[in-house]
Design a protein around this ligand. Structure first.
Ligand code: C2E
Ligand code: MG
Ligand code: MG
Ligand code: MG
Length: 286
């Protein structure tokens, strides 16, 4: 405690704090460069229909292969959000997704591509116009595009954000609430949200077999979605036990490592050949 008495106790903290800031500034600069050079890519993860085991939609997840190693998305998205780089990131992602969608639609591959949208992107006045302009410029069907907005972002929306979503939905763009169950939706607000689907947060799926409360929450979300005419997607499905339980609870589609990790479009196309659920699934449930 001598060092502390001498007033040196705070040094390690300050050094760490300085490093943290330094790393952040660095990351921001590197991200700006990656966006300029167009080196960010999309990985695609399939969603499996519970009714037939087929892949009808995929989620596009941004990937940044840095100079030495891949930088975790959960690390750079927050930096993009606070620095404002999220806008050019979002435009880049939209561009890449539309290009891929165009390629699939041209070959008759019937996939819908879901994009993750940050609250700050949606808060821009011209958000809906930009998305519609991209759809038009690439000559893709609006029905091929889906937007995922997290529940916490959706709860912070102003009327104008709801109008943007409503406009997009009216044009055929599919809208989903991501990480559902972790925000603080009031049911009366949820009722007013122009959406098509609820994505059940991974945390509930992870523990559903051990914790009856989590299974109960999923059951409640499915019932809520049904009563509102919405679809449900379960994220983070890793095991057969979870798959069985989610199908029994009436989830419409399943997504997770059990079927595939996010990967390049070619890897995804290989999964379209055959159903990804065993055909005896429903009978064996009885
Ligand atoms: P999210 O939209 O909830 O995406 C699901 C995350 O769970 C992804 O992580 C995915 O790789 C991961 N995942 C999928 N299946 C499993 C599974 O079975 N087990 C586990 N443990 N994880 C699974 P990722 O790609 O690191 O993305 C993290 C978050 O970053 C996303 O959460 C999303 O909020 C955000 N994000 C990703 N791409 C974009 C983007 O293009 N734009 C924006 N604004 N945000 C993005
Ligand atoms: Mg998502
Ligand atoms: Mg999610
Ligand atoms: Mg998430």
């Amino acid at each position: 405690y001598r060092a502390k008495d001498a007033g040196l106790g705070y040094l390690p903290y300050e050094a760490e704090h300085g490093l943290e800031l330094h790393a952040r500034v660095n990351l921001e600069r590197e991200l700006a460069r990656a966006l300029r050079e167009g080196t960010l890519e999309l990985a695609y993860q399939p969603r499996v229909g519970a009714a037939n085991g087929r892949v009808a939609s995929v989620e596009a997840l941004v990937r940044w292969r840095g100079r030495e190693q891949e930088i975790p998305t959960e690390r750079f998205i927050p930096v993009a959000e606070t620095s404002g780089l999220i806008h050019s990131l979002g435009e880049h992602v939209l561009e890449l997704a539309c290009r891929q969608l165009r390629a699939w639609q041209a070959r008759g591959v019937p996939l819908r591509v879901a994009l993750n949208i940050s609250a700050r992107e949606l808060q821009r006045d011209d958000f809906a116009e930009r998305v519609l302009a991209a759809i038009e410029a690439h000559g893709v069907a609006a029905e091929g595009l889906e937007l995922e907005i997290t529940e916490s972002a959706a709860m912070a929306f102003a009327e104008s954000n709801l109008d943007s979503l409503a406009r997009l939905k009216a044009q055929g763009v599919y809208i989903a609430i991501d990480d559902f169950g972790t925000g603080y939706s009031s049911l009366s607000y949820l009722k007013r949200l122009p959406v098509n689907a609820l994505k059940i947060d991974r945390s509930f799926v992870r523990d559903m077999l051990e914790d009856p409360t989590d299974a109960g929450i999923i059951e409640t979300i499915v019932a809520l979605a049904r009563s509102m005419g919405l679809e449900t997607v379960a994220e983070g499905v890793e095991t057969e036990g979870q798959e069985r339980a989610l199908i029994a609870l009436g989830c419409d589609s399943l997504q997770g490592y059990r079927y595939a990790r996010p990967g390049p479009p070619e890897a995804l196309e290989a999964l379209l050949e055959r159903p990804l659920l065993r055909p005896d699934r429903h009978e064996s449930e009885a």
